[in-house]
Design a protein around this ligand. Structure first.
Ligand SMILES: Nc1ncnc2c1ncn2[C@@H]1O[C@H](COP(=O)(O)OP(=O)(O)O)[C@@H](O)[C@H]1O
Ligand SMILES: [Mg+2]
Length: 154
């Protein structure tokens, strides 16, 4: 079944009180994620999709400055524990454009794929993609993450 036809079960919810907590979780993800992991980030502007990706990069030991690939769609970073493939698919209107980019080489390769605005290309994501749906919380730095995997045991 395609992801567009089914509702992904976002059964877990966690609250991040501030950016320091997001940093901590991003570093852990960067240290522990297995090769071939796909992390699908959803959430409006400013909820911290790029920030979390930076912290994952830190956990992977990537020293280059991670910038949002808004215009290039994809930036890749090597030299860390695993390669990081950082997509921002905000400007993708048709999943076919992803095919032109050769997305499968990345999604099903040996690196970590992180996607900003992943909801735009949900149809291409495999069943085992890890979703994080981000929302603003009450305080300025508070965020609420809804996830379809056991984020606490990472
Ligand atoms: N808890 C938090 N998590 C992530 N970013 C936060 C948090 N609190 C404040 N921020 C700030 O919010 C902004 C998030 O921007 P960014 O990561 O570019 O968001 P997005 O990529 O989702 O548009 C950054 O300036 C960051 O410092
Ligand atoms: Mg961003």
């Amino acid at each position: 079944m395609k992801n567009t036809e089914k509702e992904i079960k976002m059964e877990k919810e966690i609250k991040l009180k501030n950016e320091a907590e997001v940093r901590e979780i991003g570093i852990k993800l960067g240290q522990k994620l297995l090769p071939g992991s796909i992390l699908a980030l959803e959430g409006e502007l400013g909820t911290g999709k790029t920030s979390l990706t930076r912290y994952i990069g830190l956990g992977l030991g990537i020293t280059r400055n991670i910038k949002s690939p808004t215009f290039t769609i994809l930036n890749e970073y090597h030299g860390g524990r695993l390669p990081l493939y950082h997509f921002d698919v905000y400007r993708i209107d048709d999943p076919k454009e992803m095919e032109e980019l050769g997305y499968e080489e990345y999604f099903f390769g040996d690196g970590i794929t992180v996607l900003e605005w992943a909801d735009k290309i949900k149809v291409l994501l495999p069943d085992d993609a890890m979703f994080i749906r981000m929302e603003y919380g009450k305080g300025e730095e508070e965020r609420v993450y809804r996830v379809n995997f056991d984020i606490d045991s990472i």
